[in-house]
Design a protein around this ligand. Structure first.
Ligand code: F6R
Length: 252
């Protein structure tokens, strides 16, 4: 079941999304979280760090699996997703370093790395909450628009649209890696619950397409319509604009 919430600001949407994760971690200290990078989850991570700092929640027993990582960036490169996660969340909470997992973008053997990450995900025994953002082209993780949905970890060629979007974090467009490892759509769909966050005008059309258009691998996020559990969608006013206009009754 999909529930869509719209908030005035991305900050407020992030605080609301964080409350769901905080509740989960309180109820089940050994929670498994699937995590995303990018701008969208930043306010949510900030709020989780604040709650941890305030002693409201602890991540001591939490395990995490991230969705994706660029190929060719070392974990300490300031644009790697590993760096992002430590900088935005892990360094600010009491999680154990050995409990965090990301694909290794520097793996010499990509096939072996895919197998390793599939085994890591399987060893978690199920993701309790998967955090997702959405690309301007509808991607989730780095599952780009395609003619099929894939199940397990994939090594993907990033589309021009994604490279353009992510070039805002790099000095030059040529510096953006062109390949990445991503958790597959099938693995994402295995989570018990999805917390989906998106903000900004640039997401307004694609979020409407994903949740109200046809289910198609051309809009990978549209598969969430077939998700068995709850998909909780936290949008700021700008990202919710097209849904509000076309489906005003759909907003919780
Ligand atoms: C990142 C990821 C991507 C992003 C998406 C949106 O781990 O999985 O799917 O969620 O590219 O990125 P932002 O939030 O930067 O617009």
């Amino acid at each position: 079941m999909i529930k869509i919430f719209s908030y005035k600001t991305a900050e407020e949407a992030g605080i609301a999304a964080a409350a769901v994760i905080a509740e989960q971690v309180k109820n089940k200290p050994a929670t498994v979280l699937g995590l995303a990078t990018g701008s969208s989850p930043v306010p949510m991570y900030r709020e989780l760090a604040r709650r941890c700092d305030a002693g409201e929640i602890s991540f001591k027993e939490v395990k995490t699996v991230n969705l994706d990582e660029y190929v060719g960036l070392t974990a300490d490169h300031d644009q790697s997703f590993s760096y992002f996660m430590f900088d935005n969340l892990f360094n600010h909470i009491d999680i154990k370093k050995e409990n965090v997992n990301l694909p290794n973008g520097m793996a010499a053997d990509p096939v072996a790395e895919r197998d390793r990450y599939d085994a890591v995900i399987a060893s978690m025994g199920g993701v309790d909450i998967q955090v997702l953002g959405i690309g301007n082209n509808g991607h989730i993780g780095f599952n780009e628009p395609a003619d099929h949905f894939s199940y397990g970890t994939v090594l993907v060629e990033l589309t021009d649209s994604t490279i353009d979007a992510n070039s805002r974090f790099f000095e030059r467009r040529e510096d953006v890696p062109t390949r990445a490892f991503t958790m597959g759509i099938g693995q994402i769909m295995n989570a018990a619950k999805i917390v989906f966050v998106a903000s900004g005008k640039v997401k307004a059309d694609i979020v409407e397409k994903a949740f109200f258009g046809p289910v198609t691998p051309e809009v990978p996020a549209s598969i969430l319509r077939f998700f068995k559990g709850e998909v909780l969608v936290y949008l700021d006013e700008e990202a919710a604009a097209v849904i509000k206009e076309k489906h005003p009754d759909a907003l919780a």
